[in-house]
Design a protein around this ligand. Structure first.
Ligand code: GLU
Ligand code: MG
Length: 451
């Protein structure tokens, strides 16, 4: 980052601070997401935003090696007490945290003291993968589905905040004021809410938001979760986005919808392939499907993720794809006739909210790009519950197995780079050791309030 860029950011921050002041904002939370998927923060008073934008906010690089319980793994590329990074808020994504009066928020890119992007920074990596596709004339639209479960009070035990049936109107009525405030706070923060509904599991709800560019989608995922968390707290409730809130039953997914575009055309529709896929759309999907076992180390990164990722829970535990198949890891969605050129997309169902969303999207884009480069083709789609068929490969059933697949995936290794690959593996193994020998109930309980 040169002096000119610093000056440009300073003047943008001056303008933004003036605007925020008129809206009663006093402080700005600047977040980034660590390797374990935990959102970390430093905050500045509004008067300091200009300095933060130009020079960043100091933060230790040790957090790359933090585990879910705030203990620290020690890797070759992260984990020591020495060094410092600069968090540079992206002012293009400034939003008001409407459920936290007086607060605004911006996501950070992490730079080193020389002004170079930090090699382990996931948001910068996602932006690089977006740029790499753009160099081939391609862009991706993405959106995270946000599932969460709501508990009454502020205790650590999970006490479902609604009692009505899954997808039931009773659940909406029971918490109508809360859900209205969730939608209101999200809209006030600039999030384009498309839908909200009661989900299947105890106390569970879901929000869908409009697709946007991948980095923006990951930012939105962070903003949506923190907004829901704050609204919940304001209502005397507690929100959990954990992959498995209770050891039994259905978990929280964080499905990622992806469509690939060239010159304004959605390559997931209007083609000669199955369900209208173009060759490019199919190659992209095939690249992801082929690499799902390794991708899980990024997208289902917690020990608790594998309590969720089981057959017959709509979590997508099989390495297959299918049209509207909710037990396939890749659910292909065409949308209704007449809307397909806009609506068709690929849903990655096996990921959850323990994932660092920037890392998850960077890895998916890398896998998709590799599939395009090798003219990948998809196998036969699966049209029934894959558990009812012989021979559909299950995805890794443990974090250890996913990490092994990750470490042998040449594409992910190349794109993520040695430092990130090593750090991810060290953190995952640290968490495997942390939860070693624990019963599912205890794993769920210790993971429940971390994301
Ligand atoms: N809650 C399910 C999961 O763990 C997903 C349900 C759905 O298909 O929306 O992913
Ligand atoms: Mg859902």
């Amino acid at each position: 980052m040169d002096q000119q860029e610093r000056a440009r950011r300073a003047s943008a921050a001056r303008r933004a601070a003036g605007d925020l002041a008129t809206r009663g904002i006093a402080d700005v939370a600047v977040t980034w997401v660590d390797t374990s998927g935990v959102t970390r923060v430093k905050a500045v008073p509004l008067a300091r935003l200009e300095h933060a934008a130009a020079w960043g906010i100091g933060m230790s690089p040790v957090f790359d090696a933090f585990l879910i319980d705030d203990s620290i793994a020690s890797g070759r590329f992260a984990g020591g007490p020495v060094g410092d990074l600069r968090l540079h808020p992206d002012l293009g994504r400034l939003a008001v945290l409407s459920a936290c009066p007086g607060w605004a928020w911006a996501p950070a890119d992490r730079y080193d003291q020389e002004g170079e992007p930090h090699p382990l920074d996931a948001r910068s990596l996602a932006a690089r993968e977006v740029a790499r596709l753009a160099a081939s004339g391609l862009s991706v639209k993405a959106a995270f589905e946000v599932e969460w479960a709501v508990s009454i009070g502020d205790g650590d035990d999970f006490v479902p905040a609604c009692a009505g049936p899954a997808y039931g109107m009773i659940r909406l009525t029971e918490r109508a004021g809360y859900l209205r405030d969730v939608v209101g706070a999200l809209s006030a923060a600039g999030v384009a809410v498309e839908q909200i509904h009661p989900e299947y599991a105890a106390g569970q709800y879901e929000v869908s938001v409009a697709p946007e560019d991948p980095v923006g989608a990951a930012d939105t995922f962070v903003l949506v979760r923190e907004t829901i968390r704050a609204v919940s707290q304001n209502h005397g409730l507690r929100a959990t986005f954990s992959p498995k809130v209770l050891a039994d039953g259905v978990g929280n997914g964080a499905h990622i919808h992806l469509s690939l575009w060239r010159d304004g055309d959605n390559l997931m529709a209007g083609g000669e392939g199955r369900f209208g896929l173009t060759a490019g759309g199919e190659g992209f999907a095939a690249g992801i499907l082929a690499r799902l076992p390794g991708l899980l180390a990024v997208g289902a990164p917690s020990v608790a993720s594998y309590l969720r990722l089981v057959p017959s829970h709509w979590a997508g535990a099989y390495a297959c794809w299918g049209l509207e198949n909710r037990e396939a890891a890749l659910r292909f969605v065409t949308g209704a006739a007449g809307s397909r050129s806009q609506a068709a997309n690929l849903e990655v169902k096996c990921f959850d909210a323990a994932a660092n969303p920037y890392l998850a999207l960077a890895a998916l884009l890398a896998a998709g790009a590799a599939g395009l480069a090798e003219d990948g083709t998809l196998p036969e789609p699966v049209e029934v519950d894959p558990a009812s068929l012989e021979g559909v490969p299950p995805l890794p059933s443990s974090l250890g197995a996913a990490v092994e697949a990750f470490e042998t995936d040449a594409v992910l290794k190349e794109v993520l780079g040695e430092g990130l690959v090593d750090t991810i593996a060290v953190v995952r193994r640290g968490e495997i050791a942390l939860f070693d020998g624990m019963a599912p109930e205890e794993i769920a309980a210790r993971t429940r309030w971390r994301h």
